[in-house]
Design a protein around this ligand. Structure first.
Ligand SMILES: O=P(O)(O)OC[C@H]1O[C@](O)(COP(=O)(O)O)[C@@H](O)[C@@H]1O
Length: 338
């Protein structure tokens, strides 16, 4: 795009389906991270994913700003909050978009060779994402086709389960609740079980945990509990595309976190964010499996190359695409070095 393009022109150009370009970014991160699968070094796995993702962004025809990233500029060498990424980042021009990244969602999973690690990216028009600080967020999510507000973060666990069961025409004993296997969730687990619901605990990776509510074959009816706030925004972006409902509320552990959030534009620490508050407008989401989970297959390395499995989706059209990439290391070795 010419440098003389007006902001209006740039907005119009966002209309292209950039999601299809994003998948190359998650593929690169997924491939790089997969080289560290089971090697017991989560930082190396994360570092490889970050570097590959950062490099791949240079080929995407956007002028992007990272709003959910790897940390502040002084804590992260790449993909830090505020970093400009994309082919047009330095030269100017191109659609101006905000970017949310989690180059490796499930660093510990990858280090242990466990299931369900993936590389994720979401894209929105400027101002489309909640600028969530790196603290915890309370989350609740259910799948599509249910009445608005069927579950609520302010309602009790029992009430949410009852309302959800009624809306689904089922009984609470039919429901499956997904949550992270953490001590802090003991009370929720106890109350869900006492109400008769079944529990599916995941060791890590609550982006895919939340997305599981929208996928019929996972058997998950509701996601509950706390996890990373940045992951909450990515999950909201994915649910905006695939359908479902989600709410999130930031959990502040000290005054510093409240101040930090204020600097990021969060004035009401108690606010319950809807899915659309967290990811507004035309949102695109892409993820590539690093290790196999219910949504995506992991990277399959066959020596001279590898096969990746990715999901690409866009809220505007509601189209969900699964992309299988066959990568030839002889032709593109640098992108896959890990
Ligand atoms: O492990 P904690 O502190 O409960 O944090 C939960 C967060 O960690 C994860 O399970 C994995 O995060 P990493 O990819 O950074 O390892 C997220 O999916 C989740 O939001």
């Amino acid at each position: 795009m010419a440098e003389t393009d007006t902001p209006h022109d740039r907005q119009v150009h966002v209309d292209r389906n950039l999601a299809l370009e994003l998948v190359r970014v998650t593929e690169a991160a997924g491939l790089a991270a997969s080289r560290w699968m089971g090697r017991g070094d989560k930082n190396a796995a994360d570092g490889a994913a970050v570097e590959a993702m950062r490099r791949a962004f240079d080929t995407v025809a956007i002028s992007g700003t990272v709003v959910i990233g790897e940390g502040e500029m002084d804590e992260a060498p790449m993909l830090y909050i505020g970093e400009k990424v994309g082919l047009y980042a330095k030269a100017g021009g191109g659609p101006e978009v905000d970017i949310a990244v989690d180059p490796l969602e499930g660093t510990t999973i990858t280090a242990k060779g466990g299931p369900n690690a993936m590389a994720c990216v979401a894209l929105a028009q400027k101002g489309g994402f909640l600028h969530a600080p790196d603290i915890y967020m309370d989350k609740i999510a259910v799948g599509p086709g249910l009445p608005d507000g069927v579950v609520d973060l302010d309602a009790s666990v029992e009430e949410n389960l009852r309302n959800l069961a009624r809306a689904k025409g089922r009984s609470v004993t039919d429901l499956v609740v997904c949550l992270l296997d953490r001590d802090r969730h003991k009370e929720i687990v106890k109350r869900c079980r006492a109400a008769g619901a079944r529990i599916m605990m995941i060791p890590d990776g609550d982006v895919s945990g939340v997305v599981a509510v929208s996928q019929i074959d996972t058997g998950v009816d509701i996601y509950l509990g706390s996890g990373g706030a940045p992951e909450g925004v990515l999950a909201a972006a994915a649910l905006r595309c695939i359908g479902g409902q989600m709410q999130g509320r930031l959990i502040f552990e000290n005054e510093d976190q409240v101040l930090r959030a204020k600097e990021m534009g969060i004035t009401d620490p108690q606010r319950v964010y809807s899915m659309t508050d967290m990811a507004r407008g035309d949102v695109m989401f892409a993820a590539t499996g690093v290790t196999t989970g219910p949504m995506l297959r992991g990277v399959r390395d066959f020596g001279k190359g590898a096969i990746t499995h990715s999901i690409v989706m866009r809220s505007k059209s509601g189209t969900v695409r699964y992309v299988e990439g066959h990568h030839n290391f002889a032709l593109k070795p640098a992108a896959f070095a890990g």
